[in-house]
Ligand binder design. Structure first.
Ligand SMILES: [Cu+2]
Length: 424
């Protein structure tokens, strides 16, 4: 981890003067992460320490975006913000004792995930009277995944704006991270896309609330092909459903299926009650009429512990329906070399051993990972969606049961590593 605390502080509004009491105010604090350099058509994924408020208070709002080294905004068509996760280091997370890092190893210390965003640009705004408690001595970490859409190297910083309440006591909230692939730094799954028109594919995960309280705010994250993220308490019904909103300009070249430009959120001062022992279920639902690979299903809820007696179902307004543009992820490099009749190959630094392969239907094909850095095998186009985890060592196998042409690439090195598999 690196620490480069380039931060400045702007103080704004809501000053409340009362004789004999500390000045209560909500400050607007703007921080920049350390610079992140991303190679041509490359992906940067890592963790770093993140500057945080140096006075006790409460986070009441949070948003983040990318800027260049002189502070100008970087549009997503230049560098795509795939996702950011902010966590308080050394503090236990509500739903995960230990996260498996990008290197496949458990994280060395607990980290409480308290804010995250992706292409949907979640903006946290807690209702009046609530806040996420933070101490001057607390340390924040930042996990990021960014993708450079240009043929030249880019250097960017994550600029995050924290609405920060000081000089007053608020009701503290605990962040609750619900994830259908929880406890992983790269919590992906794949939608095969073989269900036919109108079909869906859902994944879920359960969490049992250890204490009673109310949920006062929430947001969610899905990828291209996503239909909704639902949080339900089976005893009472829907707690919160988040829907995607599609649109905007897609970056070129297309290196992944674009995600929504926004997701619906909620912020509710009355709170939505959950009793100790209740199960909260997150369900991520995707279209299954075409493949969607390396997708996620995550909700982050803000929970204020308190005694509660009853629960009920809450409707979530559905936005005006929008539909995503159907894009095709094209291989940035044409696979080369002879057509090989093999059932395995190596995946090394910036190449697939056999770039062009033909196999009979039913073959179980194996990729052996031998690089000095992590790679993966990811479907760009083809009859069935699949993708491997990102791996430095070990192997991944997939059984090809549907004939056709599978165009594959490494999602971390899309301009350099491509493969084509023809299934007869
Ligand atoms: Cu790679």
């Amino acid at each position: 981890m690196r620490l480069l605390a380039a931060a400045f502080v702007a103080v704004a509004g809501l000053a409340l003067t009362q004789p004999g009491r500390a000045l209560a105010e909500v400050q607007t604090l703007v921080f920049d992460s350390a610079p992140v350099t991303i190679g041509p058509y490359g992906v940067a994924r890592d963790v770093q320490l993140a500057p945080s408020p140096r006075v006790d208070g409460y986070v009441v709002g949070f948003k983040a975006s990318l800027v260049d080294v002189v502070g100008n905004p970087v549009p997503h068509t230049d560098v795509m913000l795939h996702h950011l996760v902010f966590a308080k280091l050394g503090v236990a997370d509500a739903t995960c004792a230990s996260v498996t890092g990008l290197d496949g190893r458990p994280s060395p210390l607990p980290a409480q995930r308290f804010y995250a965003e992706g292409e949907e640009h979640f903006s946290l705004s807690l209702p009046a009277g609530y806040g996420y408690p933070n101490r001057a001595a607390d340390s924040w970490g930042l996990l990021y995944m960014l993708m450079n859409h240009h043929a030249s190297t880019s250097t960017v910083q994550v600029r995050y704006t924290v609405q920060y309440a000081v000089g007053e006591t608020r009701t503290g909230v605990k962040p609750v991270w619900l994830d259908v692939r929880n406890c992983r730094a790269d919590p992906i799954f794949n939608v095969p896309g073989t269900g036919g028109a109108g079909s869906t594919y859902a994944q879920h995960a359960d969490w049992v609330a250890p204490e009673s309280g109310v949920i006062v705010a929430g947001g969610a994250h899905i990828h291209g092909g996503g239909l909704s993220v639902d949080v339900t308490d089976p005893k009472c019904g829907s707690v919160f459903t988040s829907y995607p909103i599609w649109g905007g300009i897609e970056p070129r070249p297309v290196m992944h299926e674009p995600g929504p430009v926004a997701m619906t959120v909620f912020s509710d001062a009355a709170g939505r009650p959950v009793q100790a022992g209740d199960t909260l279920r997150i369900t991520a639902t995707y279209d299954n009429s075409r493949p969607h690979v390396r997708v996620m299903g995550i909700a982050i809820l803000y929970f204020a512990p308190r005694p509660v007696t009853s629960c009920s179902a809450y409707p979530s307004p559905r936005p005006e329906p929008t539909s995503p543009d159907l894009v095709t992820v094209a291989l940035l490099k044409q696979p080369a070399g002879p057509m090989r009749r093999v059932s395995s190959t190596w995946v090394g630094d910036y190449a697939f051993g056999a770039q062009r392969v033909t196999i009979p239907r039913g073959t179980r094909f194996t990729w052996r990972f031998v690089g000095s850095t992590a790679h993966d095998v990811t479907l760009a186009t083809g009859p069935v969606g699949f993708a491997s985890p990102s791996l430095r060592r070990g192997s991944y196998s997939f059984r090809f049961t549907r004939p056709g042409t599978y165009r594959l690439f490494c999602s971390l090195h899309p301009a350099r590593m491509t493969q084509i598999v023809r299934v007869r």
